[in-house]
Write a protein that binds this ligand. Structure first.
Ligand code: NAG
Ligand code: NAG
Ligand code: NAG
Ligand code: NAG
Ligand code: NAG
Ligand code: NAG
Ligand code: NAG
Ligand code: NAG
Ligand code: NAG
Ligand code: NAG
Length: 632
């Protein structure tokens, strides 16, 4: 089928009103009506006046933040862009009624939601030249949703690469061309799937080179983000520091969250990754606020005192603002409209694997370590009633594991936020009374036990747990230490492997490579199942998953203080089908950095340039992160 740009442009004239085509007018949850918009009212408002009476004209519109795609299904995928009169996010307050005037508490004046409706057309094609159109449509956007556009492209074939572009209706103003890929259908036999896995991208800390490097190498099918895609805190001074945060305060309002995500999305390497790969993302705490759980955060309580302290923003209001901005800006689906802020979901990728994305943070998590209650959390860390996921999600998770095995999927890849394995951090900064990080699975020991119980009861093997959040690399055999004997040397007694990855930019152990590796050696010594730990480098890892084996390659960025395409191969791991443990010798007995239980740390002076695909001598990088002058 051939459709030229002209035919597509013609549709603008016939304008079949497709407000519904833009998913972002919907609420992510029917239980949170405030996150949805009354489209009929917006339609009425924007239909009332002529374009020229609004505060901007069509000629000012730009595709301000590139394109993105995500949540691939066998026959459809989510496409995203933003067509707006400026880089800045919308300042109007959104209410469920979609009324026109809003009181802005910052400027203390009423501002009007724009009467301007912005029209885009999109098409998705099977060729990079955008000629063979497979699906297309028209979608409107308005200031109510920060001029974002999110549509579902359908009629696609499984595990197929597609290209897409948005066009401003009736013009030649076009977005960059994006590339995406559908998932395999559940019964399809796919030889290999590649994933790049990320977490903890802190904009002021440094450049997102890790995102760009995987895009430049182009060896994976999808990008997985395990959360902390943004950070809510404020760092640096705008105008003075290149990557100072915008806005320059901790995020609270919808405008704040929109503005912060928008700022992150100006990073060229992040834009490149979104443009080249379909993303599958879940959130951790910082998409809302530090150490979140169902009723609050480390720096905000669900109390009247806190409400007054934060200028009349409650814990729930803050969560709603964050979630709404996230759904507006991320290429994700509203999985189940009936469910309470649900982001957890499962992708059946052929008979090769199930990718199960969890929410161990915001959905229904029992109280966590909030810095002032650490000892209390340690005392209750083993309570059966404590859950990271809430009973509804837990039940779904266990059922998903069981049905994954039943349907014959070779691997279960579990995308989770926090480190799953039991990790004794006494040598690090713990005390003998409390050897664990209670904000991880260690603070919810029975939730972990119920997960293991499910795996054992149903004889489910080939489990690969993924984790982020910790800003360091932790590679472990997956073992139920309390219940089953485990041989650290051979790996016997494990039911899979955990690959926990370091941060894109957030700070790790700090200090020199030698001092960081020293810390790793203590951690590896104190934890029998922890086979490799590394906390100096920022980076990411790639998984190549085949029927026979899963290969993991960890990469470190020599520095994130500048934008550069350099990286170092840190370690490689193999898990063979049916092995249920790291293949011995672990990492081939040799890693570049950190500490390995059995084997050697061999530092090389080579670094790989992902831009021109060549090796070069590593420079002496004297600065790992962007450093900020002290502000008084
Ligand atoms: C739109 O983009 C063009 C080219 O990048 C730029 O010159 C112009 O200032 C932008 N307009 C707005 C309103 O951002
Ligand atoms: C027009 O008003 C809307 C709604 O307040 C706002 O989002 C937008 O930024 C304004 N546009 C310009 C170009 O000032
Ligand atoms: C795409 O366009 C380029 C340049 O116009 C051309 O060289 C190339 O053959 C085209 N590719 C396909 C698949 O049509
Ligand atoms: C929206 O209104 C609430 C409650 O009045 C306020 O706290 C918040 O700051 C407002 N948000 C914006 C974006 O103005
Ligand atoms: C939250 O409550 C705890 C316990 O009462 C208190 O120590 C802490 O200061 C409070 N935090 C805030 C931000 O109000
Ligand atoms: C944790 O490791 C320390 C050594 O750093 C050790 O003394 C302690 O017994 C360990 N605790 C547990 C619970 O394994
Ligand atoms: C690493 O540990 C060794 C032995 O504990 C110690 O002698 C050395 O000073 C440490 N090096 C650094 C850089 O911390
Ligand atoms: C990991 O494997 C790649 C490809 O075989 C190799 O180039 C690299 O040196 C390995 N890294 C380490 C640390 O052994
Ligand atoms: C790496 O570089 C350092 C100093 O830059 C040098 O001392 C060392 O011998 C080099 N190592 C290798 C394996 O080339
Ligand atoms: C790759 O680029 C780096 C700097 O960007 C340069 O030093 C090096 O010579 C280049 N290598 C090749 C093979 O072109």
């Amino acid at each position: 089928m051939l459709a030229s740009i002209l035919t597509v442009a013609c549709l603008a004239v016939t304008t079949i009103a497709s407000w519904d085509g833009n998913i972002n007018f919907n609420s992510p949850s029917l239980q949170h009506r405030d996150l949805g918009l009354d489209v009929a009212k917006i339609q009425k408002r924007t239909g009332l006046v002529a374009r020229q009476t609004t505060n901007f004209t069509d000629s000012q519109l730009n595709f301000t933040h590139g394109v993105a795609s995500g949540d691939p299904y066998p026959n459809s995928v989510i496409l995203w862009t933003r067509l707006a009169p400026s880089l800045a996010s919308d300042r109007s307050n959104v209410t469920v009624s979609g009324t026109a005037a809003f009181y802005n508490h910052e400027t203390e004046e009423y501002i009007r939601a724009s009467k301007h409706k912005v029209c885009t057309q999109w098409r998705i094609t099977s060729d990079a030249n955008l000629t063979r159109v497979v699906d297309h449509g028209t979608a409107y956007t308005t200031s109510d949703i920060d001029f974002t556009i999110k549509v579902e492209a359908k009629k696609l074939r499984p595990f197929t690469t597609y290209y897409y572009q948005f066009t401003q209706c009736g013009t030649t103003n076009r977005s960059p061309v994006g590339r995406t890929k559908t998932s395999p259908s559940a019964d399809q036999k796919i030889d290999k799937i590649g994933l790049a896995v990320y977490s903890c991208s802190n904009y002021p800390n440094g450049y997102f080179n890790a995102y760009g490097n995987a895009a430049r190498k182009d060896r994976v099918d999808y990008v997985i983000h395990l959360g902390d895609y943004i950070y809510e805190s404020s760092v640096g001074v705008q105008g003075r520091d290149a990557r100072a945060t915008n806005p320059s305060r901790a995020l609270l309002t919808l405008y704040d969250y929109r503005t912060r995500i928008a700022q992150y999305r100006t990073d060229a390497d992040l834009q490149l990754s979104h443009q080249k790969f379909a993303w599958i993302a879940t959130w951790d705490d910082h998409e809302v606020a530090n150490n979140g759980y169902r009723d609050g955060f480390s720096a905000m309580n669900n109390t009247e005192d806190s409400f007054l302290r934060f200028g009349g923003v409650s814990v729930d209001q803050r969560k709603m603002n964050a979630v709404r901005a996230y759904f507006e800006w991320m290429p994700i689906r509203q999985v189940n409209m009936d469910d309470n802020l649900r982001i957890w979901r499962n992708f059946q990728m052929g008979t090769l694997l199930d990718l199960t994305m969890l929410d161990t943070r915001n959905y229904d998590r029992s109280i966590t370590d909030l810095n002032y209650n650490t000892d209390y959390i340690y005392k209750i860390h083993d309570d059966a009633g404590r859950s990271l996921m809430g009973s509804q999600q837990e039940n779904w998770f266990y059922k998903t594991l069981i049905s994954s095995k039943k349907r014959g999927a070779a691997w279960r890849i579990i995308g989770n936020q926090i480190v799953f394995s039991r990790i004794n951090i006494t040598s690090w900064f713990g005390t003998f009374e409390n050897p664990y990080n209670e904000d991880q699975w260690d603070g919810y020991a029975k939730n972990r036990a119920r997960t293991f119980q499910t795996l054992y009861d149903h004889d489910i093997g080939n489990n690969i747990m993924l984790a982020g959040d910790s800003h360091a690399n932790w590679v472990s055999d997956l073992v139920w230490l309390e219940e089953h004997p485990y041989d650290s040397a051979t790996g016997e007694g494990a039911v899979g492997v955990e690959f926990a990855g370091t941060a894109v930019t957030s700070s790790g152990f700090g200090g020199t490579i030698q001092s960081a590796n020293n810390q790793s050696s203590s951690l590896v010594r104190d934890n029998s199942e922890l086979q490799w730990n590394e906390g100096y480098y920022r980076g990411y890892y790639e998984l190549q998953i085949g029927y026979d084996a899963v290969h993991a390659s960890y990469y470190g960025m020599p520095t994130v203080a500048t934008r550069n395409p350099l990286e170092i191969s840190l370690a490689n791991f193999t898990v063979v089908n049916g092995g249920n443990k790291l293949q011995r010798p672990v990492a081939g007995g040799k890693v570049e950095s950190g500490f390995i239980k059995t084997g050697q740390v061999q530092m090389t002076n080579l670094t790989y340039n992902t831009q021109n695909q060549s090796w070069a001598v590593r420079n002496d990088f004297n600065q790992m992160f962007i450093s900020y002058p002290r502000t008084t």
